[in-house]
Design a protein around this ligand. Structure first.
Ligand code: NI
Length: 199
């Protein structure tokens, strides 16, 4: 073998080893969200307060398909629209809706006390579970779900909260199965998706 060939071969080996090392770093070094814990691949663990003022954690909803979305009761449009859509889907699912749990999580714990949250959520469907908590608890849960929220001052000393409006579907094993498409209200896609989801 010529030394020229050996140099090329050596260079290639270095490149391959470097690539493999990078792959290990990317996929093997730190566990991704789907490898963190068999029971909790997405969303992680949380400690929140339900509408009855009782502390609940992810263990209270174990082995249930979860429909999870974040919002707040003072939301002028997106949240009520989402809640109407979700409640409408639950009505169409009928008793099949009892096989899943819908969690409506506040991003405004300052105003959304357990009672305020319960009354608000139950006005749409009594089966919707309202969650609130301390700002720290809410922040931790939102972060684990990749949900952004930010308090924004409005005129008159009031405020609103910008937030991610996604409706997440998490299966019994804690895997993220997708989101509902809230711009597609009539085609029945969401209903079909939920029927498969609770099966
Ligand atoms: Ni909203």
């Amino acid at each position: 073998m010529s030394s020229r060939f050996l140099n090329i071969f050596g260079g290639l080996t270095v490149a391959i080893v470097a690539s493999l090392a990078l792959l290990v770093m990317l996929y093997g070094g730190s566990p991704g969200p789907s490898q963190r814990d068999d029971a909790l691949p997405y969303g992680g663990s949380f400690t929140m307060v339900n509408g009855h003022g009782r502390t609940v954690t992810e263990r209270d909803f174990k082995d249930r398909p979860l429909v999870v979305f974040f919002g707040f009761t003072h939301c002028p449009d997106v949240c009520p629209t989402t809640l109407i859509e979700v409640a409408d889907l639950m009505a169409q699912l009928g008793t099949d809706a009892d096989r899943m749990t819908v969690l409506f999580v506040t991003v405004d714990p300052e105003r959304d006390t357990p009672e305020v949250m319960r009354e608000y959520a139950e006005a749409f469907d009594k089966r919707i579970v309202a969650l609130t908590g301390s700002l720290e608890q809410v922040t931790a849960m939102a972060k684990a779900w990749g949900v952004y929220f930010k308090k924004v001052p409005t005129s008159g000393g009031d405020y609103t909260v910008d937030h991610t409006a996604s409706v997440f579907l998490m299966d019994r094993k804690g895997g993220l199965r997708g989101t509902l498409d809230l711009h597609d209200r009539t085609a029945g896609v969401n209903l079909a998706k939920l029927r498969r989801f609770v099966r």
